[in-house]
Design a binder for this molecule. Structure first.
Ligand code: GDP
Length: 137
């Protein structure tokens, strides 16, 4: 049993597809162990994506992530990190397999609907970034 962090990004929240995205997780064996809707500050977004701070797209990514509320979740299940990444699809929705969340709901590589932890270690750090232990059920 693993836990991973998922974020429904501002584009998908604005589009009103929070429920449809959550259904992908629940229908594929991922339980929602924690969930909240938050508006990130610039400071939050910069800290969360610090690993990308030297990349040319960093400022656009931060601006996008603070452009509206996001829904942050802890997903739990067998092989949750890899399963969530499979359900999400490729970073660039143009390359995402049909039926994945990004193929169905994302606009482009900047507004790509969801974030998901890419390793178990990052999942632990990202979950701790957003949730206190008592908020995870
Ligand atoms: P993810 O794990 O699939 O979300 O991808 P990464 O962790 O590599 O990148 C974080 C986010 O930065 C992605 O979801 C994209 O929104 C954005 N991003 C990554 N690579 C690029 C790029 O080459 N160009 C642009 N414009 N954005 C990118």
């Amino acid at each position: 049993m693993q836990q991973t962090l998922s974020i429904i990004k501002p584009d998908a929240v604005k589009k009103g597809v929070i429920g449809k995205i959550m259904d992908r997780f629940e229908s594929n064996g991922l339980r929602i162990a924690a969930m909240k809707k938050v508006k990130l500050s610039t400071c939050d977004a910069k800290a969360f994506y610090a690993v990308h701070k030297d990349r040319p797209f960093f400022n656009d990514l931060v601006d996008f992530m603070v452009s509206g509320p996001v829904v942050v979740m802890v997903l739990e299940g067998d092989d949750a990190v890899a399963k969530n990444r499979d359900l999400m699809g490729a970073t660039n929705p143009k390359e995402a397999k049909p039926g994945t969340i990004r193929a169905d709901f994302a606009e482009n590589i900047d507004a790509n609907a969801v974030h998901g932890s890419d390793s178990l270690e990052n999942a632990k750090n990202e979950i701790a970034f957003f949730f206190a232990t008592r908020e995870i059920c």
